[in-house]
Design a protein around this ligand. Structure first.
Ligand code: ZN
Ligand code: ZN
Ligand code: ZN
Length: 98
């Protein structure tokens, strides 16, 4: 559920690059939170809101936030990544017109 992207984006807009995230939705670890707003990305699997959620749904706020956008920088051992909420990522894109 990760979309790897390779875009030329102004690094200064990104608060934090990390060595990687654990991939758990809603994780509050530093490396897993949004690199822009620093809030957890996604909703953890035991959140009660999932109980009334339609498994075929792909468009509500719960679903949208569970898919982080990931940017990669560097290669091999020096590779860093930054994860974003879709909305935060779009904000950066808008501030960095091609
Ligand atoms: Zn984590
Ligand atoms: Zn965010
Ligand atoms: Zn949904």
């Amino acid at each position: 559920m990760v979309k790897p992207l390779n875009l030329n984006i102004d690094d200064t807009k990104i608060l934090r690059w990390s060595d990687g995230s654990c991939g758990n939705s809603g994780c509050t670890d530093e490396g897993c939170c949004c690199a822009v707003c620093a809030l957890p990305i996604g909703v953890s699997e035991d959140d009660p809101r999932w109980e009334s959620h339609d498994p075929d749904c792909y468009g509500c706020d719960l679903c949208r936030d569970s898919v982080p956008f990931i940017l990669f920088r560097g290669e091999g051992k020096n590779m860093k990544q930054a994860a974003f909420h879709e909305a935060c990522f779009n904000k950066i894109l808008q501030e960095n017109p091609k």
